[in-house]
Design a protein around this ligand. Structure first.
Ligand SMILES: [Zn+2]
Length: 69
């Protein structure tokens, strides 16, 4: 996967693929935690990898981390 993500592309992706908004204004790499604002108004932090690949596109209240059941 050679696609290079920039903060603008990420913001675009977030807007098109989720109800959340990107708050961070800089992107330094996949391991960086980015700040998002959930549709419910809460802010949350997540790496873009998780956001995109693990479908974690909402705050923990709206989308609790995988329940073990
Ligand atoms: Zn939420």
């Amino acid at each position: 996967m050679n696609k290079r993500w920039t903060i603008d592309k990420i913001r675009d992706f977030v807007e098109k693929n989720s109800d959340s908004t990107l708050l961070s204004t800089e992107y330094h790499g996949f391991s960086q935690k980015l700040q998002f604002k959930c549709a419910c108004g809460s802010t949350f932090e997540k790496s873009f990898t998780k956001f995109k690949n693990n479908n974690q596109r909402k705050c923990d209240a709206c989308q609790p981390p995988k329940a073990s059941r």
